[in-house]
Design a protein around this ligand. Structure first.
Ligand code: JFZ
Length: 426
């Protein structure tokens, strides 16, 4: 019988709630057509028209050390790479399939290269593993609303044995958990319709993963997808509940609380443009300033941000993404004390920004200018030990003038009239 162990749980989540910021990497054969990672399904591409990408996959510029340095400079503390996405193509040298990177012209085990490079930079490492598999003959095709061959009549009466697929899937997860050293995170994706929970033989799967990787953190998508909490919000989470909620392309309105009012861990996964996998035409990148504010927002609600990059077919992270990461890095250089080890606080959200908190220290992220001093709502002067500008350590004195006299309960400070990025004071 499985029994949820909260003490163990709290312990394994420590780095996750401390680190707050990670890099998601979506990479695979779909980088070649360059129309996003769902291209095979959205365009209902038959396997034979996808195989050419396999036969030519050879990312000449791939340098995982470069990726790892970029992540590190951006202040990202962990990373998650798609070991296998829905197209079933494996970026690792699986003994259970030929549909793998070591059989392409590239020839090397990309998962291993990634793990080595990111670990060398001190970045925690995770792997994404797709529960869906559009390549495997025992995965439902015809009629499955996600599958590229859902409408293809030649698949209509094709027999398949889903249990074979589950053996394969479990076997591959075992390979990843056995052959690649310590993994910090496993990101299963995703459940839908009847394919959820024990339909994946999920308890057995998670038991195996945890026996091979005792400290690993697992997302919640074996049970639910996206923003659904699942049983992690209850007193008795199921064995396959996963460790955190994984809202996708959305930041929840507030943080999540469980049935006893405890914070539930969560991680918003977010793209920089509108695609996970490389999409050549998609130039709709969010400004770095916005992403920084969203990271602050996640932390102020006790959540993490997993920010995605989709490297191209040559193995380069798009220039726009590099620029965004460099800007985030410059901000993190000065302000990361307001992110790492921080969470939300009980004060109301200020008019002009957000608050993150670490112990007794409040970080006021001022996102909008005010006239006549910034009010630090929710705290009184006698609670304040000191106020400092985080970016250069400058002492900030509470304002004392005639405006302030009219608002005796509020601490006002003057920082700058032209704040562009969230500037922080503590
Ligand atoms: C999934 C993938 O399909 C996608 O390609 C990407 O990897 C992302 C991080 O995860 O996206 C999903 C999963 C589930 C839902 C929507 C998108 N859902 O249940 O609505």
């Amino acid at each position: 019988m499985y029994k949820f162990d909260r003490e163990k749980y709290d312990k394994r989540m420590q780095w996750f709630t401390h680190d707050r910021f990670g890099m998601f990497i979506h990479w695979g054969l779909y980088a070649i057509p360059a129309r996003g990672e769902w291209v095979r399904s959205t365009e209902e591409i038959p396997e034979e028209d996808y195989i050419p990408f396999f036969n030519e996959f050879n990312p000449k510029d791939f340098d995982p050390k470069k990726w790892a340095r970029l992540a590190k400079q951006a202040g990202m503390k962990y990373a998650v790479l798609t070991a296998k996405h829905h197209d079933g193509f494996c970026l690792f040298d699986s003994a259970l399939t030929d549909w793998k990177v070591t059989n392409t012209p590239y020839g090397k085990d990309i998962v291993r290269e990634y793990l080595d490079a990111f670990r060398a930079e001190g970045i925690k490492v995770g792997l994404y593993y797709s529960l869906l598999d559009w390549h495997h003959p025992d995965y439902p095709a015809y009629g499955d609303r996600q599958h590229p061959m859902r409408n293809n009549i030649t698949y209509k009466d094709k027999p398949y044995n889903f249990d074979n697929y589950l053996d394969y899937m479990h076997g591959q997860v075992r390979e990843l958990c056995t052959n690649y050293g310590k993994l910090d995170m496993m990101w299963f994706d995703f459940s839908y319709d009847d394919l959820t929970g024990e339909a994946w033989r999920a308890s057995e799967l998670v038991r195996m993963v945890r026996s091979l990787q005792p400290d690993i953190i697992i997302d919640n998508r074996l049970e639910v997808s996206g923003s659904g909490f699942g049983s992690i919000a209850t007193d008795e989470p199921l064995e396959y509940s996963g460790d955190y909620v994984s809202p996708e392309q959305i930041i929840p309105q507030t943080g999540f609380k469980d049935s006893r009012g405890r914070n539930i861990c969560w991680e918003a996964c977010i793209t920089m443009n509108d695609n996970w996998g490389y999409c050549a035409k998609d130039k709709n990148f969010k400004p770095a300033e916005m992403i920084i504010k969203k990271l602050v927002e996640c932390v102020s609600k006790n959540g993490n941000m997993l920010l995605n990059v989709g490297p191209d077919a040559r193995g380069n992270i798009p220039a726009e993404s590099v620029e965004i990461l460099e800007k985030i890095g410059a901000w993190m250089q000065k302000n990361s004390d307001s992110i790492y080890g921080c969470g939300g606080c009980d004060l109301p959200k200020p008019e002009n920004g957000r608050i993150t908190k670490n112990g007794k220290t409040l970080y006021y992220h001022i996102m909008e200018n005010s006239i006549g001093g910034i009010p630090l709502q929710g705290i009184s002067l006698d609670e304040v030990e000191s106020i400092r500008l985080i970016s250069d350590g400058t002492e900030i004195k509470p304002l004392k003038n005639w405006i302030v006299e009219n608002y005796p309960d509020v601490v006002f400070v003057q920082v700058s009239n032209t704040v562009k990025l969230p500037d922080d004071i503590d």
